[in-house]
Design a protein around this ligand. Sequence first.
Ligand SMILES: [Fe+2]
Length: 348
Amino acid sequence: MYEYELVGACVKLLRDMFMMQPGESIAITCDTESSMEIVEATAQAAVILGAKPLVFKIAAPAGGKAGDKDMPMEALIAGIKACDAWIEYNTKLIFYSTVYDKIVEDPNNRPRYMNQNGVHPDLLVRNIGKVDNILLNQFIMAMSDATEKANHIRVTNPAGTDIEFDNEPGREFVTADGFVRKGEVKMFPGQISWAPRFESINGVLVVDGSQNPPMGLLSAPIRFTVEKGVITKVEGGSEAQQFEEWLRSFDDPQMFRVAHLAYGFGPAAKLTGDVVEDERVWGCTEWGFGNVGAILTSDIPEGIPGASHSDGICLNCSVWLDGVQVLDNGTVVGPTPEIVEMARALGK
Ligand SMILES: [Fe+2]
């Protein structure tokens, strides 16, 4: 599918977002569950741009650190680290494995990286091939800066979310603006993630999109009461019950704590049950529970360990930054006319 458009989308990805230069090398990693169409198209795009692709395909390991034992670790580390850029299409993540940790440990000597775990042609063509990625970068950077400056934030949605919190001054945002410069580690574009002051999070979260893992798309919303950053009540139908049991199954109090939130700003993202795309649906907020990755807590270098992590999507959010409304049921309405104009130009 998309055998014509896919190479075009990959050229945009490497040329406009990775800023690949002739003669540079790019590691393209995948496993036996990955879409090989996308791997081939990325390698073709690299050649078109005069760059040198190097494909690393491995037998699908277990995910995360559990996969260490299955990977040709030393060869992967040395091979990927020697490249100028790295794009990860693995479905069983190198991200979170020891291989990843070793490759990125030195910010001054590592390939620039974008995480595209499990991305398939349909998703790439829709979310990169058909998007003005340069305008999206400008919009996301502006919205990220405005949100980072705020002290107090309130989020609501039509399903019943009404939650407030304070930002933790100095804690860096993780902004997936789509551009990958020297030494940078970036997620798939269209998302702004951050960890607020955990104990300041109070209110009600109603997840009405997907809850991943373990469910995916929901047939009925799940309502979470959150007090001082801790889930104190889970209500809803059978999926709510299932999810509460899943949280309890880890016997880890961190699983009942809010880990982060994120805005979704993918202009073409659809709710499909595929977490990469769900969390980028325009105007949603995504709320993570459990493990807090170190990338989200620049003030706590080791992060906050938890047994697992799950993300819930609240659709069509309204958001106020220090009382100034920026989102109204998923539509950008502030904080400045320029930001609103960029959102409209992106078709939203
Ligand atoms: Fe998350």
